[in-house]
Each structure stands twice: as structure tokens, then as C-alpha cells.
Design a binder for this molecule. Structure first.
Ligand code: SAM
Length: 222
């Protein structure tokens, strides 16, 4: 059996009892980064063996993991933070398991997009999750396609590209859209900046040495 186990996006308390029990009971935990996850696993006294499983080895390693599950082993996949398969490894192994007739259980739990969306107070009845926007190829076309999107738009971004992405959103979606940027959710320096896109952009453009993790939420087209 494959378990997709969400882990905290900052605050170590944000993990379910079931996630901890699953991590203790499986035969192997496939971690995006064994050292990063080691902190969480130590904190919860999980001594299950781990193996590295990330975007650079998932194609090679998945058949081996599937073979073990076929032989009766239970494997959990965790990423550095949040839900596996959400802008992180998870999709590829889940599909391989379905194709091999292996049961897949996805546990509910932390992910950055949902608290960013609900805290933004922008319409949350319908939304599109864009993950990271393309960095180069297809970026302009992609942004253009978002201009007519009526649902609330959720985008992941790093500190290095945040202001540039806000600039691009203003250019393609216009300066009147309401938006919110959630930074460092569940962490010590958590903050949410909300207002028209240009105001939010200005706030972060003026912040020196911008650090952290960001989710951009933008009102859909009227
Ligand atoms: N699997 C994760 C999830 O379920 O949200 C996403 C992993 S993705 C590699 C990392 C991106 O998620 C960051 O660049 C940021 O956009 C977003 N993110 C993760 N943790 C966050 C946090 N604590 N606050 C704000 N954004 C976060």
C-alpha cells in the first residue's frame, strides 16, 4: 500500500495523529530530503527507515518502490513540507501504483494553498491552483490565459521572483484586481498582505532582503 502523508508547512504541531501513526507503522518512508524530514521524524519519535525520493530520482526509483509494495511492503511518501503531489513529488508514484493495482491512500493534512486562500477573504467557492508559473517558456501565454479566468487564482512563488510575478500579474490582469500574498504561513513571521495588486506589489518591493515562502491569491476576472 502507498500512503501519501502531508507534513507541516512550518509549525511542527500541524500534523495529524493518523499521519504520525502511519509514519511509524510503514516499512519505509520515501522522503524528498531525508535530512529535512529527519527533524520532523525525530520530533515525533519515528524510527522507520527512510530513502531519498525527489524529482531527480523519482523516475528511476519508482519501479523499485512499486516492486516492494507488490511484495507486501507499505511505503509512505512525504515531501519537505505540505502535501505530496502538490508542487512536490507524489503524482508519479501514485499513478504507478494505480497502474500496478496497488492501493493508494492519501491522508488529508497541511498544504500552503488552502490557508492562503481562506485567509485571503477572496471568493473561495471556486478557485484554480496554478502552482509555480512557468519561469520562461510559455510564461507570457500562461499569464495571458489567466486574464479571463473567472475563478480565484492561487500561485506559489519564491522570494526571488515574487515582485517580478506580481509585476507580470498587474501587466496581464490589470491594476484593479484585489489580491493577497501570504508569507511564511504557520511560522514565526507569518503575514498576509491584502489589497489591490499594485499595493501588495509595492509593499513587498519595499521590503529589503525579502525572505520566506509565498502564496499569491488573486481575484478572478469579473
Ligand atoms: N507541497 C507543498 C504544499 O502542499 O503546499 C508545496 C511545496 S512547493 C515546493 C513550495 C512552495 O509552497 C513555496 O515556494 C511556497 O510558494 C509554498 N509554501 C510552502 N510552505 C509555505 C508557507 N509556510 N507559507 C507560504 N507559502 C508556502
Amino acid at each position: 500500500m502507498l500512503y501519501l502523508v502531508p507534513t507541516p508547512i512550518g509549525n511542527l504541531d500541524d500534523i495529524t495523529y493518523r499521519a504520525v501513526r502511519t509514519l511509524r507503522e510503514v516499512d519505509l518512508i520515501a522522503c524528498e530530503d531525508t535530512r529535512t524530514s529527519g527533524i520532523l521524524l525525530d520530533h515525533y519519535d519515528v524510527d522507520t527507515p527512510t530513502t531519498a525520493y525527489h524529482e531527480h530520482n523519482e523516475h528511476d526509483k519508482t519501479p523499485h518502490l512499486v516492486k516492494r509494495m507488490r511484495a507486501g511492503h507499505n511505503i509512505a511518501v512525504i515531501s519537505d513540507a505540505g502535501t505530496p503531489g502538490i508542487s512536490d513529488p507524489g503524482f508519479f508514484i501514485a499513478r504507478a501504483c494505480w497502474n500496478a493495482g496497488i492501493e493508494v491512500q492519501a491522508l488529508p493534512g497541511p498544504t500552503a494553498l488552502i490557508p492562503a486562500l481562506t485567509a485571503s477573504a477572496l471568493p473561495s467557492d471556486r478557485f484554480v491552483f496554478e502552482g509555480f508559473l512557468p519561469k520562461k517558456k510559455g510564461r507570457q501565454t500562461h499569464l495571458q490565459s489567466l486574464a479571463s479566468e473567472p475563478r480565484t487564482i492561487v500561485v506559489y512563488e519564491s522570494p526571488y521572483r515574487l515582485v517580478r510575478t506580481l509585476d507580470d500579474l498587474i501587466e496581464h490582469l490589470g491594476p484593479d484586481r484585489q489580491a493577497a500574498v501570504a508569507r511564511e504561513l504557520t511560522k514565526k513571521f507569518e503575514e498576509i498582505e491584502r489589497g489591490p495588486l499594485p499595493e501588495v506589489r509595492e509593499y513587498f518591493a519595499e521590503t529589503e532582503n525579502l525572505k520566506g515562502e509565498f502564496v499569491i491569491v488573486v481575484h478572478g476576472a469579473d
